[in-house]
Design a protein around this ligand. Structure first.
Ligand code: ZN
Length: 332
């Protein structure tokens, strides 16, 4: 985003937040300590604990039912309202985040991608990292077929391999699930690895998911079955992806699911490539989902669209940095 448009957005947010007290939805993915985290999506348990203590003392953290009530009935939020969400369904959400949430008495909503639950397989961006950034003695070049075209990438130095990882990660985001699986298969053959993932990057088991679902400080939402960029799929394909995750979660948890978040979820797009579109909203409504989160910067007000709520990504910030960010999130 350019400097000028950034300023215009800040001013627009500032004015909206003056008109009505905003609520802020925070987005987390993982709470654990990793050897490498190229996507910077993991928060260490120590920093997470400090962040929760700060939220609990200085903010008004709403649970999923309460937040949904305000969104659905278009009611203004209490002062300094915060909502904590997690995407994807990593095992550490249950093992490391839940005990801290419970200790600090902070509720959170966990959006679950169902296809890799209870398996030894990693989500594809982690799998890509495992193959490219976590494997020694890779071949010096990578020829790979994606959507009918062959591309050549350099893997002859750590720097080149890292660039290849980030480039492929961008390309695969907008591929359909079957194409991503085909690309990963080529990568396994090229690297000599198999599909079995690392325990450090697994998703929850059914038992962990059930335990999370019945925990006092946790609620569950859907996040598609295979985590595609919905905007690349037909309406029918989107309906199936969203509906399947809802059906599976309802079966396992024995409770109706009304929450959903878009995979990736950004509003930015590449040409005709989008993370979600009008059909995504239509499919969510048809499936009876009531509150849907996206992933773009902004605050929530009573007039916000309940089918594309903004969320703010939290990084592995120490307390002082987190505190400063929180102050800013509520102003601009
Ligand atoms: Zn996700």
């Amino acid at each position: 985003m350019g400097n000028l448009s950034q300023k215009i957005f800040s001013v627009a947010h500032y004015v909206a937040n003056k008109v009505e007290r905003p609520a802020v939805i925070l987005l987390y993915h993982r709470v654990t300590t990793l050897q490498q985290d190229p996507q910077e999506l993991s928060v260490t348990p120590a920093n997470f604990n400090d962040q929760l203590a700060h939220l609990s003392s200085d903010y008004h953290v709403l649970d999923a039912d309460r937040f949904l009530y305000h969104v659905k009935h278009k009611k203004a939020f209490p002062e300094r309202s915060v909502f904590v969400t997690f995407d994807d369904g990593y095992a550490d959400n249950y093992q490391e985040a839940l005990p801290l949430l419970t200790m600090q008495q902070v509720p959170a909503l966990f959006y679950i991608t169902t296809s890799k639950i209870n398996t030894a397989y990693e989500l594809w961006w982690d799998d890509l990292e495992r193959v490219l950034l976590n494997t020694d003695n890779l071949p010096l070049t990578l020829d790979i077929r994606i959507n009918g075209h062959t591309w050549e990438y350099a893997t002859d130095s750590p720097l080149a391999t890292r660039e290849t990882y980030f480039a492929l990660q961008q390309v695969l985001r907008f591929c359909k699930p079957a194409e991503i699986a085909a690309v990963m298969q080529q990568l396994y053959e090229w690297s000599g690895l198999d599909a079995t993932g690392r325990p450090s990057h697994r998703l929850m088991t059914w038992a962990e998911l059930k335990a999370l679902g019945s925990a006092t400080y946790a609620a569950i939402g859907c996040h598609t079955h295979q985590h595609p960029a919905l905007g690349m799929l037909s309406y029918e394909e989107q309906y199936t992806e969203i509906g399947l995750s809802k059906e599976i979660l309802e079966g396992v948890l024995g409770a109706p699911q009304v929450h959903f978040s878009y995979p990736f979820g950004g509003r930015k797009f590449l040409g005709s490539k989008r993370y979600y579109n009008a059909d995504s909203i239509k499919a969510c409504k048809a499936l009876g989902l009531q509150m849907v989160c996206a992933n773009y910067y902004g605050q929530v007000h009573s007039w916000s669209n309940p089918y594309a709520l903004p969320r703010i990504l939290v990084r592995d910030w120490p307390l002082a940095v987190f505190r400063a960010h929180m102050q800013q999130f509520f102003k601009y």
